[in-house]
Design a protein around this ligand. Structure first.
Ligand code: BES
Ligand code: MN
Ligand code: ZN
Length: 496
C-alpha cells in the first residue's frame, strides 16, 4: 500500500476511484464536502435530505456518477457531532472508511478526513496507522486465504496547502505502520515457529535489509561467559536455545550516545515449574510482545532514517517446565553479581531483562527503556487501553508520556517509591524475584528491574494489557511501536 500526500486541494477536481469526506450530524458538511456539494449542484445535501444518512459515527455511504465531480465515487463517512470531532473520532471514521475500501474494488482513494483536525500532522499520521491496521491480514497458516485487497494507494488531501511537517507525518505514519506489521507478524506467529532462534534470524534479516543496522547474537555460551546466570536460568527447561539479540542502528555520529531499547522476548511462557493454569495459555505466545515492538521500532526508525543512534537488546528464551528447569527456591547469579532467589519461575520476564539491562550498559546509552509483557497485575490496574510506565528519572518519564500523547499510544505512570522497594526481601539471596505479597505486582516488578540500572536513566513499559487483544478479535496490536517510534522521532527533532 502506498500512502502519500494528494497534490490537489480542490476536492471536485481530484481524479480518483474514490474520494472520502466527513459528514457530521445535523447535516453539517466538512469543508471538502461543502465544495463538492456546490460543484455537484447540491448532490450531497439532496441525499442527506432523504434522511437515511444522519452523519453519526460508523455510518458510511458510497455515491457515484455525480455531475461536476471528477472522482468515480464519493464516500460519505459519518463523523458524529462536529464540535466533538477529535483524534478518537478521526480514528473511528478512518476505520470505517478503510473497512469499506478493504471490501471494495477500489484501487486508489483520496481521503479528506485528516483535513478535519487542526493538527493535520498528528491527524494524518494517525490516519495512516489506523488504515494500515484495518488492511492488516494474518492468514499464513490458513489453507483458505483472505481475499486480496484491491486498493493500491491511499492519498491524503487537505483543503489548504499543508506544511512540510504534515507531509513528513505521512511518511512517518507509513514507517510506523510497517513497523507495527512486523511486530504483529512476529507476535501472531505461533510459538513453534517464533522461537528465540527465529527472533535472532529476524534481527539478521533487518541487518541485511538496512545498511545502518548491525546485529550480534549472543549464544548461551556467550551469555555464560558474561555471567548472565539469571537470563540463562529461564531457558533451562526448554529444548530451544536462548538468545540475547543485539541490534545497533547508526543514524548519527559514533560519538552520539544511543537510546537503548530492551525487549522481553519470552517466545512462550508456560510459567515453568510454577506452571500457569491451562485456560488461555495459548496467549502466552505473545510474551515476546516487548521484543516484537523493539523489532518493529528498529524497522520504522531505519525506514525513516532518523539522525539518531539506537541500540536494541532482546532477551529471548522459552519458559518451560522439565527435569532441568529452574525450581522455586533456586538461587541464580545475575551479570551484575547480585544473587536472585527464584521464588516463582513464572516471574521470568524480569530474570531475562535484568541481565539485558546490565549488558546494554556497555553501549553507554543516554537512556534505557525496557518494554515487557511483564505482569498480569498491570491489566488489573490499567486494562487494555494504556501501558504502564515506571521510571527512575522524571524527565525521561515525561518524555515518554508526551510521545504517547503525540502518537495516540499512551502510557500512564505508576509510582515507584522506596516503600515498594522494601517488598523485595529474600532470606537466602540478595533479592527475590517476586514481592512478598501480591500487592502492587506491577510496581514490585519494576522495583526489581531498577536494581539493575542504578544511576542510569531508565524507564520500564509494562505492556501486558496493550500488546494483544483476546477474545473474538484475538491478535497482536502492534503496540507500543507508535509510542516508541514517536520517542525516536521527537528525539530526532531535538537533535536537529
Ligand atoms: N507473561 C506474564 C505476565 C502476563 C500475564 C502478561 C497475563 C499478560 C497476561 C509474566 O511472565 C508472569 O507470569 N507474571 C506473573 C508474575 C507473578 C508470578 C509475580 C503474573 O503476572 O502473574
Ligand atoms: Mn511468567
Ligand atoms: Zn512472562
Amino acid at each position: 500500500m502506498k500512502y502519500q500526500l494528494a497534490t490537489q486541494t480542490q476536492a471536485s477536481s481530484i481524479n480518483t476511484d474514490c474520494l472520502i469526506v466527513a459528514i457530521y450530524t445535523d447535516q453539517q458538511l466538512s469543508s471538502a464536502a461543502t465544495e463538492l456539494n456546490k460543484q455537484s449542484n447540491n448532490a450531497i445535501t439532496n441525499y442527506l435530505e432523504l434522511g437515511d444518512f444522519t452523519g453519526k459515527a460508523g455510518q458510511v455511504e458510497v455515491l457515484y456518477s455525480l455531475d461536476g465531480i471528477k472522482a468515480k465515487r464519493l464516500m460519505l463517512v459519518g463523523c458524529g457531532e462536529q464540535a466533538k470531532f477529535d483524534v478518537r473520532a478521526l480514528t473511528k471514521a478512518t476505520e470505517t472508511a478503510a473497512s469499506t475500501l478493504k471490501s471494495s474494488n477500489i484501487e486508489n482513494a483520496v481521503s479528506f478526513l485528516a483535513d478535519e483536525l487542526e493538527d493535520t500532522a498528528m491527524a494524518v499520521q494517525q490516519a495512516v496507522i489506523t488504515s494500515a491496521a484495518i488492511f492488516y491480514q494474518f492468514d499464513q497458516y490458513k489453507s483458505k486465504k483472505s481475499d486480496a485487497i484491491a486498493l493500491e494507494s491511499l492519498d491524503f488531501a487537505f483543503s489548504q496547502e499543508v506544511s512540510a511537517e504534515t507531509k513528513a507525518a505521512i511518511t512517518q505514519g507509513a514507517a510506523i505502520a510497517e513497523g507495527m506489521k512486523l511486530a504483529k507478524d512476529l507476535a501472531n506467529a505461533p510459538a513453534n515457529v517464533c522461537t528465540p532462534t527465529y527472533l535472532a534470524k529476524t534481527a539478521e534479516g533487518l541487518a541485511a535489509e538496512f545498511d545502518n543496522i548491525q546485529t550480534e547474537i549472543l549464544e548461551e555460551t556467550d551469555a555464560e561467559a558474561l555471567g548472565m546466570g539469571s537470563f540463562l536460568s529461564v531457558g533451562k527447561g526448554s529444548e530451544e536455545p536462548s538468545k540475547m539479540i543485539v541490534m545497533q542502528y547508526s543514524g548519527a555520529g559514533a560519538d552520539v550516545a544511543p537510546i537503548a531499547l530492551v525487549g522481553k522476548g519470552i517466545t512462550f511462557d508456560t510459567g515453568g515449574i510454577s506452571l500457569k493454569p491451562g485456560a488461555g495459555m495459548d496467549e502466552m505466545k505473545y510474551d515476546m510482545g516487548g521484543a516484537a515492538s523493539v523489532f518493529g521500532t528498529m524497522r520504522a526508525c531505519a525506514e525513516m532514517a532518523l539522525p539518531i543512534n539506537v541500540v536494541a537488546v532482546v532477551a529471548s528464551a522459552e519458559n518451560m517446565p522439565s527435569g532441568e528447569a529452574t525450581k522455586p527456591g533456586d538461587i541464580v547469579t545475575s551479570m551484575s553479581g547480585q544473587t536472585i532467589e527464584v521464588l516463582n519461575t513464572d516471574a521470568e520476564g524480569r530474570l531475562v531483562l535484568c541481565d539485558a539491562l546490565s549488558y546494554v550498559d556497555k553501549f553507554k546509552p543516554d537512556a534505557i527503556i525496557d518494554i515487557a509483557t511483564l505482569t498480569g497485575a498491570c491489566i488489573v490496574a490499567l486494562g487494555h487501553h494504556i501501558s504502564g510506565l515506571m521510571a527512575n528519572d522524571q524527565d525521561l518519564a515525561d518524555e515518554i508520556l508526551q510521545a504517547g500523547k503525540d502518537a495516540n499510544d499512551e502510557a500512564w505512570q505508576l509510582p515507584m517509591t522506596d516503600d515498594y522497594q522494601d517488598q523485595l526481601k529474600s532470606n537466602f539471596a540478595d533479592i527475590p524475584n517476586i514481592g512478598g505479597d501480591r500487592s502492587a505486582g506491577t510496581i514490585t516488578a519494576a522495583c526489581f528491574l531498577s536494581r539493575f540500572v542504578e544511576d542510569k536513566k531508565w524507564a520500564h513499559l509494562d505492556i501486558a494489557g496493550t500488546a494483544w487483544k483476546s477474545g473474538a478479535a484475538k491478535g497482536s496490536t502492534g503496540r507500543p511501536v507508535p509510542l516508541l517510534s514517536q520517542i525516536l522521532i521527537n528525539r530526532a527533532k531535538f537533535s536537529n
